[in-house]
Design a binder for this molecule. Sequence first.
Ligand code: ACO
Length: 324
Amino acid sequence: MTLRTVIRGVGSYLPARIVTNAELAAKVDTTDEWITERTGIRERHVAADGEFTSDLAIAAAERALKAGGIDGSQLDLIVVATATPDNTFPATAAKVQARLARPGVPSFDIQAVCSGFVYALATVDNFVRAGQAKTALVIGAETFSRILDWNDRTTCVLFGDGAGAVVVTAEQGSGTGSDRGILSTHLHSDGRQHDMLLVDGGPSTTQTTGHVRMKGKEVFRHAVVNLAEAVNEALAANSLTSQDLDWLVPHQANRRILDSTAQKLGIDPAKVVVTVDRHANTSAASIPLALDAAVSDGRIKPGHLVLMEAMGGGFTWGSALARM
Ligand code: ACO
């Protein structure tokens, strides 16, 4: 027998305001055609004034709890992946805990930028399998609109705001690949690539929040290589081939990265969940947002084998394989 971390409910939240490419083209020197062709992005959601990462996180988490039929009082761990916390400290997760869980329940943030959700899921899986948590919330939530330089056309067109969440419970499994739950996680980082994608501010350096800066071409090149390696690593560790996957739920950075990764791995594009056209890159929120989209519309069903993979600033990258 093996303890498994089973995904019981998935939920997400997107701010009401939608910003189209045409709207951006009215502000910076870009066009709908350029953005669509190079990235696949058509629109993104942007948080309202006074709407914070914690608000998005709580809304997504409430929906995940409802979908899983789980009450907040049952939670014994909350982890929020975010690179855009409400405050430098305390953790955004503490606000989620105050709203949804019993006093005293541990909560903390994880910072791995676009890989944050995979890092958070891996962390919670380890808590569960060590017997230290039975019912947990794993949330990815971001307000990247707040750290964009809206005059920099090379970055401001790429990102959006949103949140996604899963509620997981500890269940006994047989220890085989037919178990429901998380079957494997793999995490990596390479800090030598720190300056390829970063926010040029912070409490210890500039005492400002800073803005996203990116060497797009280099990031693209590393993303395709690292993501293909992450998928192959997960498949090999589970003695699977790409044909065994029901769904690939990748971090949504750029349609061309999704297509290149799928092509490189021989994965049928119809098995790749794509939301980047409507959400843009929502960093740590993008995987649970995509997962929720495909669960809600009935594509992802109980028993399906789902591989999640991501890469982001750091660089960080990794995967999580789960049977729903
Ligand atoms: N509108 C119009 N023109 C633009 C825009 C824009 N929004 N942005 C850049 N350009 C121009 C450039 O200035 C350049 O002009 P030049 O040739 O006169 O110098 C030209 O378009 C080509 O620019 P490139 O950077 O070479 O364009 P590229 O084809 O590499 O696409 C992009 C840029 C979309 C950023 C791509 O490199 C990319 O997607 N990289 C991955 C980055 C990413 O997704 N990061 C997210 C976080 S990491 C992650 O999640 C994996």
